[in-house]
Design a protein around this ligand. Structure first.
Ligand code: NDP
Ligand code: 2IT
Length: 444
């Protein structure tokens, strides 16, 4: 049996209750086959893959807090510190009822390769809780965040593990967590990123994931001889990533026709109005049903459906497994040119294969959404030197990083004879640096 198959089998045997993790390991290791087969003896000897798929540490803890009725609630908190070969653990905190250890491990595993692709010194980690901030009062969110950080603060630090935002964790949650960390540890340090600008946050971090997605999309289209200006796009989601993807797409001359939340989706034939979207989602924390009040020409539909709208580009920016095989078929039918993932693993494996087989340019999230964590690493740099850079400076660095990632994934795929397979390109480019560092550091 090949080394890759052996390791996949042992991951399934060792983690029987984590089907999402099996899937993620399979996806990555399968596409790394050309590199692993070429170095099999060297990697086997040091059990490189067995170490790569085993988190360095995983922490699971109780998060008790009191709701507005005086009732005690209990959630589960997680932090998976997956790999520190190239830097301190780095990755977001997801607050969503669907969170469990398997999901956090999947996201932490992906984060290793994503963070490596940025070219910056950050290892892979992820965390979160099954707490749902939706519908909670500010006080309840604060009570949860303080309790969560009371335990998490024992395991993180500016040079060990630096969490950030993800689904359900935005500037408000990061603020409450930072306050509690400072209070308990007595340290004013860059322990979290995505902080507010008045206490160590970086300009352009809020915009970074969405903007970065468009910088990569533009460059990847250019590599393929296509100009992004004048194209149409479908976007899913209406959170941090989606909002700033829509904003940058619009600035680049793309008309964005859709966005969505977990209840329904909007079609706006005149192009999504970003200012209206920001007011609904960032200021009022309301639902997309409100959008029609701002744009009477738009349509609101319950349920899912953004991928059936005819557009040149598809940018999934909501959550995992939101672009299914039937959606991929509809996109191909409608002449879609490119799918670039703003979210983490929004496209199922079958849908990805179908798109690639039908010559749709496909950029995986670990490359396409790396602008967020890259800018988090820039926030860490600013915190270390106790300086703040201008928006233009951070944005220029972000653009350079995304352009470098684009060429890196294109070249890596070509190097192994799979030109145009950017999933393989991203996995190989991300893996090589981590593998070198792990081997250089010996058995650890
Ligand atoms: P937000 O919480 O700001 O927004 C999430 C959006 O996705 C909301 O519109 C939400 O709708 C929708 N959504 C969430 N869960 C579901 C679901 N199960 N079904 C349908 N819609 C859903 O999160 P972000 O924008 O930060 O994150 C979006 C994606 O991007 C995630 O996959 C995240 O991991 C990834 N990502 C985020 C980065 C960042 O810097 N924030 C960086 C890199 C990747 P509703 O409000 O109704 O729940
Ligand atoms: O998935 C991701 O890359 C993020 N949620 C951002 C992580 C970070 O540390 O900024």
């Amino acid at each position: 049996m090949s080394y890759v198959d052996e390791v996949i089998e042992s991951v399934i045997a060792k983690n029987p209750a984590e089907p999402e993790f099996h899937q993620a390991v399979k996806e990555v290791l399968e596409s790394l086959r050309p590199v692993i087969d070429a170095n099999e003896e060297k990697y086997r000897k040091v059990a490189l893959l067995e170490r790569l798929v085993e988190p360095e540490r995983q922490i699971k803890f109780r998060v008790p807090w009191v709701d507005d009725k005086g009732q005690v609630q209990v959630n589960t908190g997680y932090r998976v510190q997956f790999n520190s070969a190239i830097g301190p653990y780095k990755g977001g905190l997801r607050l969503h009822p669907s969170v469990n250890l398997g999901i956090i491990k999947v996201l932490g595993f992906e984060q290793i390769f994503k963070n490596s692709l940025t070219g910056l010194p950050i290892g892979g980690g992820k965390g979160g809780s099954d707490f749902d901030p939706k519908g909670k009062s500010d006080r309840e969110v604060m009570a949860f965040c303080q309790s969560f950080m009371t335990e998490l603060c024992k395991y993180i630090g500016a040079d060990t593990d630096v969490p950030a935002g993800d689904i359900g964790t935005g500037a408000r949650e990061i603020g409450y967590m930072f306050g509690q960390y400072k209070r308990i540890r007595g340290l004013y340090e860059g322990v979290l990123t995505g902080k507010g600008l008045s206490y160590g946050g970086s300009l352009a971090r809020t915009e970074a994931t969405g903007y970065g997605l468009l910088y990569l999309t533009k460059e990847l289209l250019k590599v393929n001889g296509i100009d992004i200006a004048g194209k149409t796009a479908c976007v899913s989601g209406s959170g941090n990533v989606a909002i700033y993807a829509i904003e940058k797409a619009t600035q680049l001359g793309v008309k964005v026709l859709t966005c969505s939340d977990s209840n329904g989706w909007v079609y706006d034939p005149d192009g999504i109005d970003v200012a209206a979207l920001k007011e609904i989602k960032e200021v009022n924390r309301a639902r997309l049903t409100e959008y029609k009040k701002y744009r009477p020409n738009s349509e609101y539909h319950e349920g899912r459906g953004v991928w059936v709208v005819k557009a040149d580009l598809a940018l999934p920016c909501a959550t995992q497994n939101e672009l299914l095989l039937d959606d991929a078929k509809a996109l191909v039918e409608n002449g879609c040119i490119a799918v670039c993932e703003g979210a983490n693993m929004p496209t199922t494996l079958e849908a990805t294969k179908y798109l690639q087989e039908h010559n749709v340019i496909f950029a995986p999230g670990k490359a396409a959404n790396a602008g967020g964590v890259a800018t988090s690493a820039l926030e860490m740099s600013q915190n270390s030197e106790r300086l703040s850079w201008s928006f233009e400076e951070v944005d220029a660095k972000l653009q350079t990083i995304m352009i470098n990632i684009t060429h890196n994934i294109v070249d890596s795929a070509e190097r192994y004879g799979h030109a145009g397979d950017y999933v393989m390109g991203a996995n190989i480019a991300g893996f090589e640096k981590v593998a070198d560092a792990m081997i250089a550091q010996g058995v650890c």
